[in-house]
Design a binder for this molecule. Sequence first.
Ligand SMILES: O=C(O)CNC(=O)[C@H](CS)NC(=O)CCC(=O)C(=O)O
Length: 326
Amino acid sequence: MSVSPWLSPNQTLIRFTIPTVSARDHLPLIRSNFATAFTGGSDMAVNSVRVAVAQMTSINDLSFNFATCSRLVKEAVSAGAKLVCFPEDFSFMPAKDGEGQKIAEPLDGPIMNQYCSLARESSIWLSLGGFQEKGPDDEHFYNTHVIVDDSGTIRSTYRKIHLFDVDVPGGRVYKESSYTKAGEDIVAVDSPIGRLGLTVCYDLRFPELYQQLRFQHNSQVLLVPSAFTKETGEAHWEILLRSRAIENQCYVIAAAQAGKANGKRESYGDSLIIDPWGKIVGRLSDRLATGITVADIDFDLIESVRSRLPIAQQRKPFDFWKPASM
Ligand SMILES: O=C(O)CNC(=O)[C@H](CS)NC(=O)CCC(=O)C(=O)O
């Protein structure tokens, strides 16, 4: 088995070499308080918690999509996951202009209540990316990423900041701002799988948001629920996601819409879980399948990557940069 030279010697010992010595004695001193708190400081040898990423093809039918999500939640629970991540538009994928505005609801409305009940009944946390949250007027909703805990309580909400107003090369023209009101707040929140940095889809192209989430808000896991286009996904999806993981030394979890929704709009799929070294640790074998895959968030790996490559200490703050004098 090959071991990265960046891993601490302790990790090598724990995992591969001396099974007779209590693994607990070798755990690095630096560990995540959140992880320990949420797992009840269990006797597990490895300091890790399981997460699931879900992939689906949502359509313009709320109950059809809820049935899919319920089934995937059951699979995630059976696989031992403490949190499951759903893609942008999980609850509703509009088929034509105006449909999203029509079904948009406040976060205490019946749609989100149904998902909160699902979390409570299944005792699992949910990351619900891209919910059509009722906006400031009838023409615009917020594209909101909602974190629900295992008692069914909303813990945190993030409204997508960067809206997809793009003429996709080889694709169609998107103007998300014509029906969406952009958010303005950066949001990070603690969970059983570590401190989450919340983003949505097109945000992925704006690395400064992720740097804020890591270096100002101490995120350990960056969530990127998405409905990427087929054309841009082929060119950029994996590279951008792995870059965010490597440069911020965080896990990146990207739940994706996959395939043709409502018989037309095609999403790229390829839901991924990436570790802080940039390695892909979770991926559905079929890029377009509906299903889940799981991986273990390893808090010791986060700490060892960060201590061996101490970019948090070496980076220059924004006010360091000055224009060159001529
Ligand atoms: O409009 C909706 O119904 C829901 N929203 C989306 O699907 C959003 C905005 S259109 N899609 C993206 O942000 C794709 C980004 C992308 O593909 C890229 O950055 O290359």
